[in-house]
Design a protein around this ligand. Sequence first.
Ligand SMILES: Nc1nc2c(ncn2[C@@H]2O[C@H](COP(=O)(O)OP(=O)(O)OP(=O)(O)O)[C@@H](O)[C@H]2O)c(=O)[nH]1
Ligand SMILES: [Mg+2]
Length: 289
Amino acid sequence: MKSGFVNIIGKPNAGKSTLLNALVGEKLAIVSSKVQTTRHRIRAFLNGPDYQIVFSDTPGIIEPQYKLHEKMMLAVKSSMQDADVSLFIADVRDDFEQLDALFSTIKTHVPCILVLNKSDLTNKKRIEEAIAFFSAKKYGKKIVVISAAKKENIDGLLEQIVVKLPDGEPFFDVDDLTDMPTKFFAGEIVREKIFQLFEEEIPYQTAVLVQRFEEKQTLIKIVVDIIVQRESQKAILLGGSGSMIKKLGTLARIDLEAFLGSKVFLELFVKVRSNWRNDDLYLKEYGYN
Ligand SMILES: Nc1nc2c(ncn2[C@@H]2O[C@H](COP(=O)(O)OP(=O)(O)OP(=O)(O)O)[C@@H](O)[C@H]2O)c(=O)[nH]1
Ligand SMILES: [Mg+2]
């Protein structure tokens, strides 16, 4: 039996969360076309006939500008600390030198696989250039080309991961998919819709807090606070006569019902907490520890 922790790290928008979902075959991590979508380390398990892999999706690596960013980078760090294998993932269209500047500074003592993602969005020549460039690097001894979105070569990547896993018994119950509470994913689904529906700064000024998650006889009642920094942002989230919040609620409810396999009654409240991104107490309250 083999078992171990495998962390997925890279720049924002590289496709880390899309890869996590493709690897475990379930949509657990939220995805958007915007950078800095993921804010937490998200663990998900994959059980094979003779292995258990504990994958960690992580926030994209950035230079922190707020305390929120610092907490996000702590999540990356914690995933580095218990990893048995690291996946360095890159959008193969990104600048090679910039990627190298990032990857070569990451200190890790565990085996590493360089994952070149979004192969569907580029050509053979670009991929060959990337392989030539990165195979000369210390972290590029093993390179796997994939498309996480199109689920191309996910099995090939898995094979390479399993080879590098240490021997050991499963860490978690083989019937579980994650050790994170359902309530957490409910909040994430609301946050994903905010990333998808709103432009510019709104998603970055927003936190969500699941205030109630109650399983009733025929439905699940979920009450969520959406936190913004200013009244003007609250007005944008609500929209004219509440049109935007209504749209957000509908989209989130549809996904919540699919995820939870139950009817959902969802209530959303928008609240203003100025400067929450730099406030330790608010950050703690919103789950950024
Ligand atoms: N065409 C294509 N799009 C992809 C692929 N992988 C990811 N994407 C898209 O790239 C965008 C970012 O994907 P995410 O999975 O959210 O990226 P991430 O690395 O988790 O981003 P952060 O959480 O912000 O750090 C989304 O629009 C995805 O649909 C891929 O292989 N091909
Ligand atoms: Mg992500």
